[in-house]
Write a protein that binds this ligand. Structure first.
Ligand SMILES: NC(=O)C1=CN([C@@H]2O[C@H](COP(=O)(O)OP(=O)(O)OC[C@H]3O[C@@H](n4cnc5c(N)ncnc54)[C@H](O)[C@@H]3O)[C@@H](O)[C@H]2O)C=CC1
Ligand SMILES: O=C([O-])CC(=O)C(=O)O
Length: 351
């Protein structure tokens, strides 16, 4: 049977309440070579994250066009990646006068543009430089591809996402379903660290991580981790929480002045973009944690599990039951996260 026909059969079965087999079939249809045309743009594509992310997006069969944009260095990266014999056509764009072309027609824009931390810095110390970069890139997104999903990687994510939202609001293009702060690396770390401690197979592990993306605003919910482990003490849970919160700093210190996480971030960014693509393509039940506009707490933006669909966020899922330790963590993170969100909004609305 042709893929399009298979897809209709699977979609119809799913509408009738079809079980896992129809859902599995639909996933297969949308993973095949006949997946719809999708253009992905990476802004900051010649950087530490941008290059491996460009590679991983080139390997994704759901991408048909890959636009690699940076202020310098993209012709080389694009020529290199373009020789890989996978589906997508690759083009490099360099300098502001090529930004419009890079963005036009994009379904997803991934933004790892901006400066990374050095030892001793917080993510908020990057605000002064990165806020302006994100603002100008988002102004261009509003002009050239206002309907694209935006995956914000540039730090401080707790402020850059509110900045993007304000820019889009001013331009009249804001759709809260299409703006995502990428917090997948927190989930990737929580899974790895939990699997190591709980001695469970890492490939089977799931751990939601909520809140934001800086220090104590990163709140892993190990009480909801699966497979369940009954042999972790309270102290071990605390240590796992702290290690997840400090994961970025662990890498910054190990790199000793040469930047922050790039390879694990590219992996995490590729996982999240793939989930967005699947959602756009109608694959059912795609759920990832992300920092989005939210009303599950009193804060206007918050990371939690999000169901992804054809228009971006389909549903922001609730926090579920929290342990007392997690409830405490949730209350402690709110003032810092609120201040970072407000700082972003103020920056974008003043200038
Ligand atoms: N959300 C997350 O979990 C993570 C976020 N990050 C953040 O990602 C950002 C990038 O990190 P790296 O790739 O390591 O830095 P990098 O310095 O290696 O690369 C950044 C790239 O952005 C480019 N760039 C600067 N201004 C630009 C502009 N106006 N337009 C387009 N490109 C521009 C630079 O030319 C450079 O190629 C940092 O802000 C870092 O803190 C890093 C790791 C994890
Ligand atoms: O720590 C940093 O500066 C980069 C980052 O966001 C992370 O690795 O989680």
């Amino acid at each position: 049977m042709r893929t399009s026909m298979l897809r209709s059969v699977a979609e119809a079965a799913l509408r009738r309440g079809g079980g896992p087999s129809s859902s599995h079939l639909l996933r297969r249809c949308y993973s095949s070579e006949s997946a719809p045309e999708r253009k992905v743009a990476v802004l900051g594509a010649a950087g530490g994250i941008g290059q491996p992310l460009a590679l991983l997006m080139k390997l994704n069969p759901l991408v048909s066009k890959l636009a690699l944009y940076d202020i310098a260095g993209t012709p080389g990266v694009a020529a290199d990646v373009s020789h890989i014999n996978t589906r997508s056509e690759v083009a490099g764009y360099m300098g502001e006068d090529q930004l419009g072309q890079a963005l036009e027609g994009s379904d997803i824009v991934i933004i790892p543009a901006g400066v990374p931390r050095k030892p001793g810095m917080t993510r908020d110390d990057l605000f002064n430089i990165n806020a302006g970069i994100v603002k100008s890139l988002c102004t261009a997104i509003a002009k050239y591809c206002p309907n694209a999903l935006v995956n914000m990687i540039s730090n401080p994510v707790n402020s850059t996402v509110p900045i993007a939202a304000e820019v889009f609001k001013k331009a009249g293009t804001y759709d809260e379903r299409k703006l995502f702060g990428v917090t997948t690396l927190d989930v990737v770390r929580a899974k790895t660290f939990y699997a190591g401690k709980a001695k469970v197979p890492v490939a089977e592990v799931n751990v939601p991580v909520v809140g934001g993306h800086a220090g104590i605003t990163i709140l892993p919910l190990f009480s909801q981790a699966t497979p369940k482990s009954n042999n972790l003490s309270d102290d071990e849970i605390k240590a796992l929480t702290k290690r997840t919160q400090d994961g970025g700093t662990e890498v910054v210190e190990a790199k000793a002045g040469k930047g922050s996480a790039t390879l694990s971030m590219a992996y995490a960014g590729a996982i999240f973009a793939d989930a967005c693509l699947k959602g756009l393509n109608g694959v059912p039940d795609v759920v990832e944690c992300s920092f989005v506009q939210s009303n599950i707490t009193e804060l206007p933006f918050f990371a939690s599990k999000v169901k992804l669909g054809k228009k971006g966020v389909e549903e922001v899922l609730g926090l579920g039951p929290l342990s007392d330790y997690e409830k405490q963590g949730l209350e402690s993170l709110k003032p810092e996260l609120k201040a970072s969100i407000e700082k972003g909004i103020k920056f974008a609305s003043e200038k």
